[in-house]
Design a protein around this ligand. Structure first.
Ligand code: NAI
Ligand code: MG
Length: 484
């Protein structure tokens, strides 16, 4: 293949109208933070500053929560459900219309390949609004009681791996169910959320129904601890999820927590090996492995392990790493210097504990944050790389002899978010799916998402489900909770 080179095919940046600075989106307007503090967001592929965004502290959070409470009490909870649905449809349509702009901004701010933001993140975000628009006036039939009510004002905190998509997962069901929200994007990827704030203005969403406050973990904690929040919806690290659970334990606040994962991708000896290899690559190298449900533990049946590994290495040699704005790029930039450090730190324990590292030859750009696609073989269950979430393009390979051993190893984790099963026998797939302790199980595919399908985990992967009819449950109650 060395004689066959791809020409570069860069997506144009001209459609992205990124302002030099952004305020906070509170009460339907962009406002300056009370203390005038701000921070920069950069492009992780170049380390260049993209924009300066407001840093919200306690005072700003208080104003945002007040604006959400007023919008909830005065407007949104009183509006006929069918009217609410119309706003969600409008948002979905605008996201489709402005899809290219959103994809470019997402890639610049996050570092993910344009192919992924264009084909996955943005279309799925629009799909979530379409799907939940449909539920707005049918909540009586969602199986959550005859007259379910919204929970009230919801604080939502999202991570940097799928910035707009995680926003959609949070905001669409909350609004469909009649809640109002204060959402905090991750500090490294605030731009598509701010663009979304403009969409809220564009569709004429009543002021205060959606508030967007940018900031870091301290901002997030201020939101969690605000006394007039009825519910917290969080996606991020298990560590922060546990801290949130602790801080709301003495309150009436409810919570949905989507946390980490260490998913097993199980390849049985009767699987179609070429397809399984594609699924393994998609499972761990999609979005640089910054995926909570990534197939980061490959469990392959011993008698086909050599064949799988040989084909996997060949396939990995074809992965194109580099400029995320190039339409041919498969693996983009690591989202931040901090995340890169974390990937190095955990992966290095793989070498130290005796596993064997392999990466294809690939030239990494000199500026920005990069990590090559990597696999470790000779991994045992006690190794840190088999237990901890690396959240990068690093795969740990383990083997098993019997199906029962495969299941036992797959379940030997503190997480339980997702799993993959590769086999040509339907009965074996169903048998495996029944025993795997994971919220989402894919068979003969991986990383497939649909707004109608509930997503969430067992054990330390979190509480509750997002998406589908099940996801609505977290935003509904049979009794309206009193605000203080
Ligand atoms: P993180 O959990 O610190 O950040 C996620 C969000 O929570 C961000 O918006 C952040 O500002 C906010 N946050 C941080 N501390 C908070 C606090 N005390 N109270 C309220 N909100 C707070 O995750 P981080 O540091 O970006 O990544 C560390 C590791 O977490 C990753 O290496 C990965 O293993 C895991 N992670 C998992 C994600 C998932 O989708 N399950 C997403 C992001 C990270
Ligand atoms: Mg950024």
């Amino acid at each position: 293949m060395s004689s066959f080179e791809y020409a570069s095919a860069p997506e144009s940046k001209s459609i992205a109208n990124i302002a030099t600075s952004y305020g906070l989106f509170v009460g339907g307007k962009f406002v300056e933070p009370k203390k005038g503090k701000s921070f920069n967001t950069i492009n992780p592929a170049t380390e260049k500053i993209l924009s300066k965004v407001g840093y919200a502290d306690k005072l700003d959070i208080d104003l945002a929560v007040k604006s959400a409470r007023t919008a909830f009490t005065m407007v949104w909870s009183k509006m006929p459900a069918k009217e609410r649905g119309k706003y969600l449809y409008r948002i979905a349509r605008i996201l489709q219309e402005r899809a290219r702009e959103f994809a470019v901004v997402e890639t610049l701010d996050n570092g993910k390949p344009i192919r992924e933001s264009r084909d996955t993140d943005i279309p799925l975000a629009a799909a979530h609004f379409f799907y939940h628009a449909g539920w707005s006036d049918k909540l009586d039939y969602a199986g959550h009681g005859s007259k379910p009510k919204p929970v009230g004002v919801v604080g939502q905190i999202i991570p940097w791996n799928f910035p707009l998509l995680m926003l959609a997962w949070k905001i669409a069901p909350a609004l469909a169910a009649g809640n109002t929200v204060v959402l905090k994007p991750a500090e490294t990827t605030p731009l598509t959320a701010l663009l979304f704030a403009q969409v809220c203005q564009q569709v004429g969403l009543p002021d205060g129904v959606v508030n967007i406050v940018t900031g870091d973990g301290i901002t997030g904690a201020a939101l969690v601890n605000h006394s007039d929040i009825n519910k917290i919806a969080f996606t991020g690290s298990t560590e922060v999820g546990k801290a949130i659970a602790r801080s709301i334990s003495n309150t009436k606040k409810s919570a949905t927590l989507e946390l980490g994962g260490k998913a097993a991708n199980l390849v049985f000896d009767d699987a179609a090996i070429d397809e399984a290899v594609e699924g393994i690559v998609n499972g761990i190298f999609f979005n640089q492995g910054h995926v909570c449900c990534a197939g980061s533990r490959l469990l392959v049946q011993e008698n086909v392990a050599d064949e799988v590994l040989e084909k996997l290495k060949k396939r990995m040699s074809l992965i194109r790493v580099g400029d995320p704005m190039d339409k041919n790029t498969d693996l983009g930039a690591i989202n931040s210097a901090e995340q890169l450090k974390r990937i190095h730190e955990i992966s290095n324990t793989g070498d130290a504990e005796g596993a064997s590292r392999w990466s294809p030859d690939c030239k990494l750009p000199s500026k920005g944050f990069w990590y090559p696609p990597t696999i470790f073989t000779g991994v045992s269950q006690s190794h840190r790389i088999a237990r901890d979430e690396i959240f990068g393009p690093v795969l740990s390979v383990l083997t098993f002899r019997t199906p029962a051993e495969g299941i036992e190893k797959a379940n030997n984790t503190m997480y339980g978010l997702s799993a993959g099963v590769w086999s040509d026998k339907g009965s074996k797939i169903l048998w495996a799916a029944k025993q795997l302790k994971a919220g989402v199980i894919w068979s003969n595919t991986f990383n497939k998402f649909d707004p109608a399908s509930p997503f969430g985990g067992y054990k330390e992967s979190g509480w509750g489900r997002e998406g589908g009819r099940h996801g609505l449950a977290g935003y509904l109650t049979s009794q309206v909770k009193e605000s203080k």
